[in-house]
Design a protein around this ligand. Structure first.
Ligand code: 5GP
Length: 130
C-alpha cells in the first residue's frame, strides 16, 4: 500500500505544496511545531533515509537546502532547524523548522494554524524559491 506521502505526491490527498521537481516534493507539515514547518520528501517511496541510493540522498539534501533558504526568507526566524526523526510515516522525510527558540524543535510543542494560514504560508514560501 502506498504511503500517505506518496498519496500526497499523487494528489490523492491534499497538501499545502511549497515546491516540486521530477524527484522531490516539499509541503507544509499538517501538525506543525512552528509556523512554516515543512517536510521534504523524495517521490521514490523508501522508508529510511540512509537506505536511499546516494544520488537520491544527495538530491534530497540539495532540494531541502533550496526550500530552507526560501523558508528563512519567508519566515522571521533565527535559523532553520533540520531533523530526521520519528516513526510515524514510513517514507523518508526531512523536517525543516523555522526556529526562534529550542521549543520549536520539540515535537511535543505544536501550533494551530487555520487552512487560510497554511495556504498563505505555502504561497509566501514558494515565492522566495529561486
Ligand atoms: P514522523 O514520521 O517524523 O514522526 O512524523 C511524520 C510527520 O508527518 C508529522 O510531523 C506529521 O504531522 C506529518 N504528517 C502526517 N500525516 C500528514 C499528512 O497527511 N499531511 C501532512 N502535510 N503532514 C502529515
Amino acid at each position: 500500500m502506498s504511503s500517505i506521502f506518496t498519496k500526497i505526491v499523487a494528489g490523492e490527498i491534499p497538501s499545502y505544496k511549497i515546491a516540486e521537481d521530477a524527484d522531490f516534493f516539499a509541503f507544509l507539515d499538517i501538525n506543525p511545531n512552528a509556523k512554516g514547518h515543512a517536510l521534504v520528501i523524495p517521490k521514490k517511496e523508501v522508508n529510511k533515509l540512509f537506505d536511499l541510493d546516494e544520488e537520491t540522498y544527495a538530491g534530497l539534501m540539495r532540494f531541502s537546502r533550496k526550500v530552507a533558504i526560501a523558508l528563512e526568507k519567508a519566515i522571521p526566524c533565527k535559523r532553520v532547524g533540520v531533523s530526521v526523526i520519528g516513526l510515524e510515516v514510513p517514507h523518508v522525510h526531512i523536517h525543516l523548522i523555522p526556529l526562534n527558540s529550542m521549543k520549536d524543535i520539540d515535537f511535543k510543542h505544536k501550533v494551530n494554524l487555520k487552512p487560510k494560514e497554511f495556504e498563505e504560508l505555502a504561497t509566501v514560501i514558494s515565492s522566495f524559491l529561486d
